[in-house]
Write a protein that binds this ligand. Structure first.
Ligand SMILES: [Fe+2]
Length: 314
């Protein structure tokens, strides 16, 4: 038994060899990179767009320095990575239905301090998200991301092999959204959602379709069970994986500055928005995007069911 951490051995990406137009500065080997050389107030060249996409695959979450951009430019930035998705359940910026506003203050307690990938209860969760913080709190309010590929690669080969043959059931019904739906939309909205959005299954180990990395694709917010095993085995495995994934060695916490931007790959990361700033105010804008080949998402329909809300499901 080893008590030292079984950190994955990774071949570090050859940054000077791969990147000519932007400069990624990763905070861990192949994870969480600050990007230099991108001015969003100017049109982005095809080379910069290509390298930004490469950086998202290579580093899983990337950060752009604070800069003032319009809401249209925010949407434009998301479209660099894929077709812009309708998002989920948060209120929208006036006149910009693709830009969700996530706003908490002394009257609205933060509700997104739970580990998750966005919308894994859909058969096709969104590929990723672009967030810009508009009003950071005076203290706290960081966001932590976990690398699901680093967490996978650090497991023992035997457990990797066992998990690779399993699927898990994901559903919004076990998240805070069930209560929120009941509260905001009433029993009818809840019943409608229960009928329309059935649990879905995803492999426990997914092979990322664009990077080829293997990732652990279970999360504490939406993963109900490991399929086909005794419920105690399922419960034990999920608890073990939850704890494994969020070890500090696989996570990075970003401290926001006003107008800073983060872009993450929803397929290879989980995130957790720290609620440590409450009762201060924190506001950010969010736009999600799909895979280039993905079909229309169903989340817009879901949004219609409940109207605008501060729901804690996304
Ligand atoms: Fe989220």
């Amino acid at each position: 038994m080893s008590r030292g951490h079984a950190l994955p051995t990774v071949e570090a990406i050859d940054i000077p060899g791969r990147y000519r137009h932007i400069l990624p500065r990763p905070q861990q080997p192949n994870f969480a990179a600050y990007i230099e050389g991108v001015d969003l107030t100017q049109p982005l060249s095809a080379d910069v767009k290509r390298e930004l996409n490469q950086a998202l695959l290579d580093f899983e979450v990337i950060f752009l320095p604070p800069q003032r951009i319009t809401l249209d430019q925010h949407v434009e930035l998301a479209s660099v990575f894929g077709p812009v998705a309708p998002g989920a359940f948060f209120p929208r910026q006036s006149g910009h239905p693709l830009v969700e506003v996530i706003e908490f203050d002394e009257h609205r307690k933060p509700e997104v301090n739970v580990w998750h990938s966005d919308l894994t209860w859909l058969a096709e969760p969104p590929n990723g998200t672009v967030i810009q913080i508009i009003e950071p709190p005076p203290i706290g309010g960081g966001t932590t991301w976990a690398s699901l590929s680093r967490a996978h690669d650090a497991l023992s080969p035997g457990l990797q092999q066992y998990l690779a043959g399993l699927t898990a059931t994901h559903t919004w019904e076990i998240s805070g959204w069930r209560d929120a739906l009941d509260r905001l939309g009433g029993p009818q909205a809840l019943a409608q959602a229960l009928t329309k959005y059935k649990p879905v299954q995803h492999p426990v180990v997914r092979v990322h379709p664009d990077s080829g990395k293997k990732v652990l694709f279970v999360n504490e917010n939406f993963t109900k069970q490991i399929d086909g095993v005794h419920f105690r085995e399922s419960r034990g495995l999920l608890e073990f994986l939850r704890e494994w994934i969020v070890q500090p060695e696989f996570t990075y916490t970003h401290k926001w500055e006003a107008h800073g931007i983060a872009i993450w790959d929803n397929r290879s990361t989980q995130h957790y928005a720290l609620a440590d700033y409450w009762p201060h105010r924190r506001v950010n804008n969010r736009v999600t995007f799909n895979r280039v080949t993905a079909g229309a998402t169903t989340s817009s329909t879901y949004h219609q069911i409940v109207g605008q809300s501060e729901a804690a499901i996304a």
